[in-house]
Structure formats: C-alpha cells, structure tokens
Ligand binder design. Structure first.
Ligand code: ADP
Ligand code: MG
Length: 439
C-alpha cells in the first residue's frame, strides 16, 4: 500500500474510534501517527509515554473495533512511542513508571479564586522542587482537581529537570506495594525504591488511616526524603488533622510545609472549565451552552465533564449540531438521574452507621441529644441530597411534620457554620452517601 493510502485509512480509523468512544476522545488524537499497518496489525505512534498509557488503558477496544470496521479485517492494535523523534526517547523510561494522564497539565488547569493558592504552590514546587514548600499538602473534596494538579507538577518537573526521579502513586498503591514487599520478605528493595527518589507524590493519603504498619513505613520514608531535601507532595480529602486515625507524628509532619485548600469552583470558573474541557475534546460549544452547563452542575468538576460527555455522545450518535435545546434535553435526564439515585435509605444507613444508632431510635419519640442529633442530620442531608419534600422526609423519620424537618435543617445549618468539626462531619457523611453503591 502506498504511504498516502495507509495514512488515509488510518485517518478513517481514528475518526471511527472517536465516534465509537466519545468519552475517551481527545483533541491530541490528531497527533497520532501510523507506524505500521500490515499483516493484521496496526501500530500507532504516540508523542510520549503518557499518551501511550492513556490509550492502552482506555482506547484499545475502540481502536480495535474501528480498525476492523474500516479495513474489514481482523486487526490487532498497539500503541507505542513514536521514536522517530529522538528527544522523546529520553523521557521514555521515567514516564513509563509515572503513568501521567496527558490531560492533566498546568495548561489545562483553569485557575480561579477557589484553587488559586493550590495551583500557585504547585507551580512553585514544580519550578524548584525540595526548596519552596516541603511537604506540599493539597486538600479538598473529591473531584476538585487534586489529582490533576499532582500530575501537572510531575509534568512540569520532568520538563525542567528531565533526569529527576519521580514516584507518583495513589496511597492505596503505596500501601499495596508495601504489603506485597512484606509478604515477599523484600522490604529492603521497597525502601530503596521509595527512599531514593527526588520527588515522592502520594495521592489521597487519607487512605493511610487504620494502616498502622504502612503509616510507620511512610513516616520513615518521609523523614529520609525530607532530610535529604527531596520534595514530598501529598493530597487528601481533608486537613491533616482531620484524617481519622492518622498518627500524630505524621499529622505534624504534613503540616511542616504548605497546606493548601481547593474549594468548589464558582460560576465563572466553572464556565471556563467547561470551555477548556470542550476544547480538549475538539468540541466547539457556544458561551450560552457553557454557561448553561455551569449553571446546572456545581458540586464537582467530574460531573461537569460528565455533562459535556453526555452532550458529546448525543451529537456523535445523532449527528446534530450542539444547540442549547440539545444540551438541555441531553442533560435533563442525567441531572435528574443523579439526584434520583440517592434515596433516604442510603442516607439513613450511613448516618445510623456513623452514630451507631438504630433506625427505630430515629423514628421513636426519644429526645436525648444522642438521638436528636443524628435524626436532624438525616433530615438535613435528605433535604440537600434528595428531591424529597419536607413531608416525605418527615414521614421516613417517624411521621414528623414538615415544620419539624424545616427546623432540623435550620438548626444543622447553624451548627455547620459555627462548628468546623460538624462541617467536616457533614461533608464526610455526604461523601459516603454519594459514593455508596446503590441497589
Ligand atoms: P480530585 O483528585 O480532587 O478528586 P481530579 O483531579 O480527579 O479531582 O479532577 C476531576 C476532574 O476535574 C478531572 O478531569 C480534572 O481534569 C478536572 N478538573 C478539576 N479542576 C480543574 C480545573 N481547575 N481546570 C480544569 N479541569 C479541572
Ligand atoms: Mg483524585
């Protein structure tokens, strides 16, 4: 086949793969090249290891199906770094271990009042690791960009110091590797692996709770790195001191450097994020649509992306232009469904579990604080997380009338404002409720 012909076929395959899996479609697919298309195999060239990892994890299926549909033959697909470009080869090994998400760069991170401090400190650390803020601790609720920022620091550091040895992993990854090393009686190589890096990045350290042995190991790793001027970067869903069962000595170390919070983005930032995410996928949406999505979805940026994906998927399948009406229809189902998914039973389960009380107690006439508090919290959460009316909520909690539910909501709102601990507890409960698998 002539080169030109192969390239045309490949362009067709990429287009088809996009249509088959809009969720994982990215604008940089344009940069993919065909390295080989022969003998039933298609090798696709990518600019770097991060893209290779992303495509292998997310897009192998869609590209395989696309290749089969376009060529009419069985084709196996693989992705590799396009080694024609010499400079890229140097990064290869380090990034293989790093597994960075290609979208998670500083360029793709929209800065606003809610995340300015966190973003600026991450940029500073990427510029001069080990000297500015050490450790850097980023915290905030789920879906607000912590993982994105951690990856962005790694990208930036790699770019500036291409020989830097970086370890980035989830806290669970750290714990699992540690457990495996102990099982295999190989803790020495585990220690060597983690204590010899220039930058250690651990995402979601709240999962260290109740992992005593791992906390101990982490403590020594931390000290070693810190004393040698190596950079440590951590993220969590709450302040160090609010992570349950985290050892005091770890809490104190986490507070040595800079602790930066990410808040939920305001409206303007949400609009900008929707636009940025649309651009990343090569979608063009009008300001009106971006504003509509930002207006409808506010809890979490992952949901903003979900909304965009839904719209994209609808236009891909129907071939329609993205209009405001189409966005509205596409989203109504989704937004309604998200709200419908949580029911009062989920809420009651989480709350009774946390306070160790029974549902019958909540439904009873008992008025001691150990019962009224969880009862009011149930009402408050039900009001905020479901679409049930005040009457329905009262009905589930012992046939109380709507004024009682209203009073409970006002009361908990007040406490929430005045007591940071309750504030954190309510957030944690809401997190558990929204993440609970539903039947
Ligand atoms: P977290 O780790 O805090 O749960 P993630 O980093 O996984 O959140 O972010 C969820 C999604 O939202 C990701 O796709 C991320 O790219 C996106 N995101 C979060 N904040 C921003 C931002 N400020 N600009 C652009 N995208 C963002
Ligand atoms: Mg994360």
């Amino acid at each position: 086949m002539a080169v030109r012909e192969v390239e045309d076929i490949f362009a067709g395959i990429v287009e088809r793969a996009k249509a088959l899996d809009p969720v994982n479609t990215r604008k940089w697919f344009e940069k993919l090249r065909v390295l080989r298309l022969s003998g039933g195999s298609l090798e696709i060239g990518c600019p770097d290891e991060a893209t290779v990892a992303f495509l292998r994890d997310n897009c192998k299926g869609s590209f395989t199906r696309a290749a089969q549909q376009i060529t009419g033959h069985l084709v196996t697909v693989d992705f590799n770094v396009d080694t024609h470009k010499k400079t890229q080869r140097r990064y290869r090994r380090a990034e293989l271990e790093l597994k960075l998400h290609p979208d998670y760069t500083f360029e793709n991170f929209v800065v606003g009042p809610s995340n300015r401090l966190a973003q600026a400190s991450c940029v500073a650390v990427g510029q001069s690791p080990g000297t500015t803020y050490n450790p850097l601790f980023i915290y905030g609720n789920s879906g607000l960009g912590k993982t994105h920022l951690l990856h962005a620091i790694c990208f930036a550091t790699k770019k500036k110091f291409n020989r830097a040895v970086i370890q980035l992993l989830s806290c669970e990854g750290f714990v699992n590797r540690f457990i495996k090393a102990i099982k295999e009686g190989d803790s020495a190589s585990f220690q060597k692996q983690f204590r010899s890096v220039d930058m250690l990045v651990i995402d979601d350290v709240q999962f260290l709770r109740e992992r005593e042995q791992s906390q101990e190991e982490f403590f020594h790793t931390f000290n070693d790195l810190y004393n040698n001027g190596k950079q440590i970067i951590l993220s969590a869903d709450s302040l160090p001191g609010r992570i349950p069962s985290l050892e005091k000595r770890l809490i104190s170390r986490f507070n040595w450097g800079l602790v930066a919070r990410i808040d939920p983005p305001g409206y303007e930032t949400r609009v900008a994020i929707v636009q940025r995410k649309a651009h990343l996928r090569g979608l063009s949406i009008s300001d009106g649509i971006a504003e509509y999505i930002a207006h409808k979805v506010h809890a979490n940026i992952r949901e903003l992306e979900g909304a965009l994906t839904t719209i994209y998927a609808v236009t891909m399948t129907t071939g329609e232009e993205i209009t405001l009406e189409l966005a509205q229809t596409a989203l109504e189902g989704q937004i309604g469904a998200a709200a419908k998914q949580i029911n009062i039973t989920n809420i009651i389960e989480v709350v009774t579990d946390h306070f160790d009380v029974r549902l019958t107690d909540l439904q009873s006439k008992k008025r001691n604080r150990s019962i009224t508090m969880p009862r009011q919290i149930c009402m408050y959460l039900a009001r905020n997380l479901t679409k049930h009316s005040l009457e329905e909520i009262g009905g589930h909690l012992g046939g109380r009338d709507h004024t009682t539910v209203m009073h409970a909501c006002t009361k908990i709102n007040q406490v929430r404002r005045s007591e940071p601990q309750i504030h954190a507890l309510l957030d944690e409960l809401a997190r558990q409720i929204t993440q609970k698998p539903r039947v």
